[in-house]
Design a protein around this ligand. Structure first.
Ligand SMILES: [Zn+2]
Ligand SMILES: [Zn+2]
Length: 291
């Protein structure tokens, strides 16, 4: 007899209590990348940092979405690639089902920025909105930027990103809300982290004296950008501003000890940051049977 070996993980969700709320990581997919994506540092340094991580080459980028569950609301913070992912992926929606939630159970969507690996899961395969009861709250500067259209020198990827964001904004126009201040929802504060995109934002969750910062796309390749925060990725809108923001927020959480969660930090994408020489070291949250 031949045993069938497992081909995929049994679950794509992970819960962590922060005060009286639960932050659920929803694994969506991994995107195949190459080290050519890395900018602002030399290719040899990028290759060496990647080699030291013992990860597969070429590198993959994890994509997570996050759900904030409070006693009276269920708030999605980004939604993964969704139907844009290849057939094997776009698992965040299935992860919601695994924890017993349907799209109509989501009360609010907060977006960190308008890249397709963040808003993609808000549209189904036919380009229709997935979460009927949820306003989609978006940093105002993101709406302005993507609606303005690409600059004349935009490359093909940038042009595709602009077109995708505009399609999304149009498809969900009845649900779109501008978020210009810092008050994103009860117990959730928007934190401006510009550079990756013009109004790229994180969300700080606070409950019963505990906090966690969901920082969006501060890193895409954690094995490179924690030890070397100067490293950027090719689709950063303003790499110099992205560097300054990454340095500042890493220094801040290394000093305070506040846990962070990242959409491209490997599942479950939560941990703390320590200063390590001129760079930083990420300490992943340790799996625990209790939430
Ligand atoms: Zn992004
Ligand atoms: Zn992203």
């Amino acid at each position: 007899m031949t045993y069938q070996l497992p081909q995929c993980q049994p679950a794509d969700a992970h819960h962590l209590a922060v005060g009286n709320v639960v932050i659920t990581t929803l694994f969506d997919t991994t995107m195949q990348a190459t080290l050519d994506l890395v900018t602002q540092i030399g290719p040899d340094e990028a290759a060496e940092l990647h080699r030291l991580s013992r990860r597969a080459s070429p590198p993959c980028i994890t994509v997570n979405a996050y759900l904030v569950q409070t006693p009276d609301s269920r708030i999605l913070i980004d939604a993964g690639l969704g139907a844009n992912a290849d057939a094997n992926n776009g698992r965040a929606r299935r992860a919601l089902e695994q924890i017993g939630l349907s799209p109509s159970d989501i009360d609010l969507v907060l977006l960190t920025h308008l890249h397709p690996d963040h808003f993609g899961g808000l549209l189904d395969g036919d380009g229709q909105p997935v979460f009927p009861n949820a306003p989609h709250r978006i940093p105002g500067g993101e709406i302005n930027h993507w609606q303005a259209g690409p600059p004349a020198d935009a490359d093909e990827t940038a042009q595709r990103h602009f077109a995708g964001a505009q399609t999304f904004l149009e498809a969900c126009h009845n649900q779109i809300e501008r978020l210009d201040g810092h008050d994103a929802a009860s117990g959730i504060t928007r934190v401006e982290l510009p550079g990756h995109t013009p109004d790229h934002s994180g969300y700080r969750i606070e409950s019963a004296g505990e906090t966690l910062l969901i920082w969006g796309d501060i890193v895409h390749l954690p094995q490179i950008q924690f030890p070397q925060p100067k490293a950027c990725v090719a689709f950063d809108t303003d790499p110099y501003q992205a560097q300054r923001t990454r340095h500042a927020v890493m220094a801040q959480v290394a000093e305070s000890g506040e846990p962070v969660a990242g959409h491209h930090i490997d599942f479950p994408g939560i941990g703390t940051v320590n200063q390590d020489g001129d760079g930083y070291r990420f300490q992943p949250h340790v799996w625990s049977a209790s939430v």
